[in-house]
Design a protein around this ligand. Sequence first.
Ligand code: PCA
Length: 201
Amino acid sequence: MKTILLTGFEAFAGLPSNPSQAIALALHDQNVGEARVVAKILPVDGIKAPEILKKALTELEPDVVLMLGLAQGRPQIALERVALNVLEYRIPDNSGVTRRGERVLEGANDALFSSLPIPEILKVWRDAKIPAYVSDSAGTFLCNQIMFLARVWRPNIPAGFIHLPADETLAVENHQAFVPLEFQSRAVRLALEVIASLNQT
Ligand code: PCA
């Protein structure tokens, strides 16, 4: 049976929650098609998150890595196409560290593409009437950082990132676009079904 490593992030920026955490935890230890999902929640910490990701990759040797994170203010679910070898934190991480003008990994490529089947995932979402789009920037904070590292550390497996919009819990706090958590969760599950059925894994 294949193993899918599914990561989410803890809350950050003073927010009460992070939909990526709730969704990843709800899918932990579930079977999706021929694959078993193992969820890990990463701290929003530029040192600890890479350490936990690396440990999970070594211990689980997953066939696929799907990473989730929150992008408040985005109107829809976004499948990231590319991760940049740049750290340009616009806010401090949860340990109070701000990194500016640094590389994720010295000597590595400037950018790495997602190795997930982007067109297939978009099609499944479209058929299910889930509004979503391909994003050409995962930002320059933690989400971009771990997407980049996953592609460097496991170049030969499908690995990529989904940015989730605010959910209802976050949106009641301020006036912003949101997609209900239940709906987001369905989108992630559908993406996992596509990924689980990949031939190359
Ligand atoms: N979103 C942030 C980091 C953690 C998260 O969920 C980002 O987009 O980089």
